[in-house]
Write a protein that binds this ligand. Structure first.
Ligand code: NAD
Length: 490
């Protein structure tokens, strides 16, 4: 199939200045399904220039009018959910129901952003001194840009974009070059919004496009989601260029299972958390720390729950787990497992080298579970981003918390227990931004910030919620004096 994707700039589909094209590959078949430009600084320059021009009138459009476009945006996503989900599954590999769940999350963010006329309301103090009033207004920054990862092609740009434009910014989306088709289709559908040209733009590409965004003086704010090493680079380079940056990074999420946990329910929730989206989720359970005698039953039960998980092409509704994104990613995961095995880890369930009939070119790995892990090993400390769970056992909750807090990551941590005191201690002492208590995926709703600590986040204000509104606006404090006698002249 020959589909060469175009950028969307100033209300038009335009061919990239970049001559190099990258293949977009269906991870379930290995087939090439499109080509995407590798990106160029000229594309970004053009998009930023025209988005900046559009911003001059968009910032003066009343917020009540700006959000009318968002109401329609929500409707378009909902009306076209099946088609969008199918494209997402085809290029990203996740199951259809996982793709549809992304759309729900995207819509929830649009709904929160629809409250912006109220959420932008300012503080006002009368008579701070006799006849003098003071107030604070929030104004948009200009052109915002988001750079997104491959694993949530639909949802992640919506952590940022609806808030940015509702606050009066114009915006550039830079999808992952591995999964550029879904956002391209969403932009085609969004043409029906009749947004003023330049308010919403999309530039494709990889590092070249990202570097041009980082250096462009007309883009004052950047929202990034991806791996920690790139997040750190984005933060450092963006700040050097005087930009406001929020950069969400990688994760290695621990789950603690206390001896009093409801073990049956816990096993089911942990299996869904670890193997949903083939483990390619920044909130996926990756390390299980069993405390005391939870270590006797849990490993056997999770193997039972995982071993029959149907792995295959996510377009088939019977499939419970799709492939990982690329062949390189599959090989990397297999290598980490092998290294762990060489260091003495026991493999309780081995999903490596899985071949799915009819999809021999796919990047499949079945659920994999390991125990007897050395806490210093690569297996224990590296973000694997695949359907792999490592189990270790310890004697006390204190020990479990100590292990968790040594991690370089701090995206999420979950505990399963019936004890309020244990849960309270856990949520209070653990160094992570999202805590789950008897919850496997501690994903915040759109009206809460999508938090993240340590190397899982670089910046101050997170995506979603009031954080997004603060990120995309700057405050202006006005102090004014009106002499009473002036009113008597009329
Ligand atoms: P990635 O870091 O490889 O890519 C993310 C984006 O950065 C892409 O748009 C890519 O084009 C760009 N990029 C890649 N390398 C770059 C470089 N050297 N210089 C400049 N730009 C570059 O991440 P990925 O593999 O697409 O996504 C998976 C990662 O994202 C995982 O680490 C996962 O934990 C993380 N993630 C985090 C969250 C969160 O909320 N914290 C959510 C989803 C995914």
């Amino acid at each position: 199939m020959d589909i060469s994707l175009k950028n969307y700039i100033n209300g038009m589909w335009v061919t990239s200045h970049s001559c190099e094209l990258l293949d977009v590959v269906n991870p379930a078949t290995g087939g090439i399904i499109a080509n995407v430009p590798s990106g160029s600084a000229d594309d970004v320059k053009e998009a930023a220039g025209l988005a900046h021009q559009a911003w001059r009138s968009w910032r003066n459009t009343p917020a009540t009018k700006r959000i009318q476009y968002l109401f329609r945006m929500k409707q378009i996503l909902e009306e076209n959910a099946n088609e969008i989900a199918e494209i997402c599954t085809t290029e990203c590999g996740k199951t259809l129901s996982e793709s549809k769940a992304e759309i729900i999350r995207a819509v929830e963010n649009i709904e929160v952003a629809c409250g912006i006329p109220k959420l932008l309301q300012s503080d006002y103090s009368e008579d701070i001194s006799e006849g003098i009033d003071e107030y604070c207004v929030r104004q948009p920054l200009g052109v915002g840009a988001c750079i997104s990862p491959f694993n949530f092609p639909i949802m992640i740009p919506f952590w940022f974009m609806p808030y940015a434009i509702a606050c009066g910014n114009t915006f550039i989306v830079k999808p992952s070059e591995k999964v550029p088709m879904t956002m391209t289709r969403i932009f085609e559908l969004f043409e029906a919004l009749n947004l003023p040209a330049g308010v919403l733009n999309m530039v494709h590409g990889g590092k070249a496009a990202v570097d041009a965004i980082l250096e462009n003086p007309l883009i004052p704010s950047i929202s990034f989601v991806g791996s920690s090493s790139v997040a750190r680079y984005i933060y450092r380079t963006g700040v050097e260029h005087g930009k406001r940056i929020q950069a969400q990074g990688g994760a290695k999420n621990p789950v603690v299972i206390m001896p009093d946990a409801d073990i049956e329910t816990t096993v089911k929730i942990v299996a869904d958390s670890a193997f949903g989206c083939a483990g390619q989720r920044c909130l996926a359970a990756s390390i299980v720390i069993t405390v005391g005698n939870a270590g006797e039953l849990f490993p056997k039960l999770i193997v039972e729950a995982a071993k029959n998980r149907k792995t295959g092409n996510g377009l088939d509704p019977a499939i419970e787990m799709g492939p990982v994104i690329t062949t390189a990613s599959r090989e990397r995961i297999e290598k980490i497992i092998k290294n762990g095995e060489d260091e003495g880890a026991s493999i309780l369930l081995d999903g490596r080298y899985l071949k799915v009939k009819g999809f021999e070119g796919g990047n499949f790995i079945g659920p994999t579970i390991l125990s007897n892990i050395n806490p210093e090993s690569e297996l224990f400390n590296t973000e694997i981003f695949g359907p792999v769970v490592t189990i270790i056992n310890c004697d006390t909750l204190d020990e479990a918390i100590e292990i968790i807090n040594k991690s370089r990551y701090g995206n999420s941590a979950c505990i399963f227990t019936r004890s309020g005191a244990a849960a309270r201690k856990f949520r209070h002492d653990v160094l992570a931004g999202n805590i789950g208590i008897n919850i496997g995926i501690a994903a915040p709703m759109a009206f809460f910030p999508f938090s993240g600590w340590k190397e899982s986040f670089f910046g101050d204000l997170h995506g979603q919620s009031m954080h997004a509104i603060e990120f995309y606006t700057q405050t202006k404090v006005v102090i004014e004096r009106w002499h009473d006698e002036w009113s008597r002249k009329f």
